[in-house]
Ligand binder design. Structure first.
Ligand SMILES: [Zn+2]
Length: 93
């Protein structure tokens, strides 16, 4: 991605609007979780690595609404929505 500088403005509710072009480049959809980090150099907005909304793994993800689910959790939902089995264990990392 080419480094570009954008000017954005705070509205009266302290919100900023991201340029549509930037959102397309970063694959951002409305409602997407972003990371905002402040330091002595300023405030930085980043697109965190997606993770499964149920178990936290970062592998085998599929978009699910505004979040992501892994294939294991999708399978678990499909197979156990009737039986109440235990969710797959967390595999964060
Ligand atoms: Zn999962």
């Amino acid at each position: 991605m080419i480094n570009l500088l954008y000017s954005v403005y705070l509205d009266d509710q302290y919100r900023i609007r991201l340029p549509r072009e930037l959102c397309r480049q970063m694959g951002l959809e409305p409602g997407r979780e972003l990371s905002l980090r402040s330091s002595s150099k300023g405030v930085f907005l980043s697109n965190p690595n997606p993770y499964c909304a149920i178990c936290g793994t970062r592998q085998g993800l599929r978009p699910f609404g505004r979040r992501f689910l892994c294939t294991a959790c999708i399978r678990w939902i499909q197979e156990t929505s009737l039986k109440g089995k235990k969710a797959p264990s967390s595999q964060k990392g």
